[in-house]
Write a protein that binds this ligand. Sequence first.
Ligand code: PMP
Length: 443
Amino acid sequence: MTQTVSRPAAGAQKPPLPLDVEAIRADFPILTRTVRDGKRLVYLDSGATSQKPRSVLDAERDFYENHNAAPHRGAHQLAEEATGLYEGARARIAEFISAAVEEVVFTRNTTDAINTVAYALSNAATAKEPSFRRYAVGQGDEIVVTEMEHHANLVPWQQLCERTGATLRWLGLTDDGRLDLSDLGTVVNERTRLVAVTQQSNILGTINPLEPIVARAREVGALVLVDGAQSVPHQPVDVATLGADFLVFSGHKMLGPTGVGVLWGRYEVLDALPPFMTGGSMIEVVRMEGSTFMPPPQRFEAGVPMTAQVVGLGAAVDYLQALGMDRVQAHEEALTGYALEQLQAIPGVTVIGPPDTVARGGAISFTVEGIHPHDVGQVLDDLGIAVRVGHHCAWPVVRRYGVPATTRATFYVHTGYDDVDTLVEGVRAAQRFFGVTPEEATA
Ligand code: PMP
């Protein structure tokens, strides 16, 4: 059990923030509204979904107002323009993660991207086309995940194992919220076909050391899928350095629209996988007797795609690139250090996850002794502070640390020290409201 003892902060450290919070806030229309009877919106739930800057909203509106058509179809000017915008966004998103354009597949979100890979691996076993059977998963094979995964990177692998007779294995967690790699050498072994691991935990904030995991997977010839849902929006991520086979992430968590995500795959691997969804746009030749499929990425983009959303995600990437991902990361690190210090100085508050900023991102989960997280969330909401409460779609994690749920604050480019101060005041207000004063909490 992680029961990091709350201790007083040794003086509030507020290093200058790398991003101009006031200027950035002006770009987000939603941040001008008030909530709960005129209170300023303190949005600390970007980990669930991020707010959208005006440039992203404008890009979507402009698409519908001026260019709307189905891409890759139609012999008319609008179709040509829609195709250009869709493929142009693909090129910018590919560049954002240093990938080749044909390695970027658009999906609905991270969940959809992971399911696309999981179904491709089980479909591979029965594929008629021999070149699609290379990565087939079957009886006797093993899939490795970690105890830290979001349900999106756990349940699809459980289901893959049920479909194929493969076995699911996992790496556990240490008491301070990190991956326990002590049995990496046995958990990842010659039977392992794929290792699926998150780069940054949505609940603990932990940034995982992927290098030893990728190196071990390579030794045994296993594929590696990295869940980048919480890393790609917050730090520079480059697929060449990552060394994995797949990287998946969601547009809506990185200032982009809902309904669009990315499956990046190494071309050689994508090219050897059968499709999951089939239908229009992904076929080469269709006859009543059977069909052949396009090469990646089209093989994995069946039907008319989420075109306006892709264009919006392109604008989100432009916005993040203009800020600079190094600065985005440094900004969140400064806020996280300050918030950890302030929260852990409140008697009765326990941070679930790494207690300092070493290899850690801006997702802070905590419990308040004597108050259920849902009640903490309600008091914070009354003060205009939006946080998430619950198991955060990572049920095994809260179980591992022996808590029913946590309160989670997550930061992004528009977050400032004032937001953190309001949160800290809100937690103290919750303690007062429930009659759990700091003194009582530590008694
Ligand atoms: N993985 C992680 C680490 C996440 O935080 C999330 C979203 N909370 C997901 C996967 C799933 O993302 P989506 O719901 O956008 O598919």
